[in-house]
Design a protein around this ligand. Sequence first.
Ligand code: PLP
Length: 384
Amino acid sequence: MSVNRAYLDYNATAPLRPQARAAVLSALDDVGNASSVHAEGRRARALVEAARVKVAALAGASARHVVFTSGATEAINCVVSGRAWKTLMVSAVEHPAVAASVARSSADHIVIPVDGSGRIDVDTFGTLIDCILGREHVHPADTLIIVQHANNETGVVQPIDEIANVARDRGIRLMVDAVQSAGRVEIDQRRWGAEYLVLSSHKIGGPQGAGALVATDDAKIDALLVGGGQERGRRAGTENIAAIAGFGVAASAARSDLADISRMADLRARLETGLINVAPDAIVIGKDAPRLANTSLIALPRAPAETAVIALDLAGVAASAGAACSSGKTTRSPVLAAMGIHNDIAKCAVRFSLGWATTEDDVSRCIDAWQRVNRIRSGVRDVA
Ligand code: PLP
């Protein structure tokens, strides 16, 4: 990372942690296919299995349930495209990886609404499920509920314990997208009883190109990739050993971050206070809901997010206009639309997301840069 820049886009991709980098490099220097029986193969296998234990610990899951994939998108696609599903119940604020795979599925889709803060109301959710289950052709066994733990744009955290209870009481399977919550709030697949949970390496300081599907023994899986029977037949193909090794090390580090999450909360509080001091009419979206300690989605009225992000970039700050996957599109954020946020505000929403390497200097630089955004908004020519 450049010392002259403040990278505040961890929800898009976190910088590679030094210990994960070391694990990747060391694994790249090893030869060996994890399916081979010779010493080199066994060494490769040991790297994969060590990573599996670490990723399982982060997820609160059993190591045998961890299936390594190329990322969370693959894991999500694998579950959603399963032939078992006739009904998919999906929250209105899911990541495009979920929304697009659900849209492609031939199963019936039911949208679970969120309130103005972006959260699912558990009572409404229970009533909705009961109503859906009352329909003749809907059965718990072929229904899947998909809910993210925390939102990538707003950082708003869902009441996942209660949601899991509702699903379990009705005998419906649950998939939790824990990509953004990993290392930021505790995740506990076992306690939730979620049959499926997905994680991504590059959001927690591991390398890009690795992810995990946690799937219990009785979770139905139609493997997307078939072939050599790797990953207990749930995801064939020679393992990406270096990326998996880095993912494992990052998972352990992300788990340790939880003990020091107040550092993140302090930095985020400093950032939000500073940004509001510069522009008191700025709106922090989801402010009153439980949020990840690292995320701030903030709208400066009359300052379009694309313009703000370019101005911030020129001032040495990397932030994003909503979700990175949506950048380049001028369509309204479905997440903010589901929250009922007026388009005039939604189109001004800039996401700052902090992480393991964020410093107080980064926050100060961002607040300084925000002054530039505010001046541009006010039509003041910037001579800096
Ligand atoms: N789910 C959420 C909530 C995300 O934020 C992302 C990435 O932005 C994904 C899924 C997809 O993850 P990956 O990049 O590993 O495919």
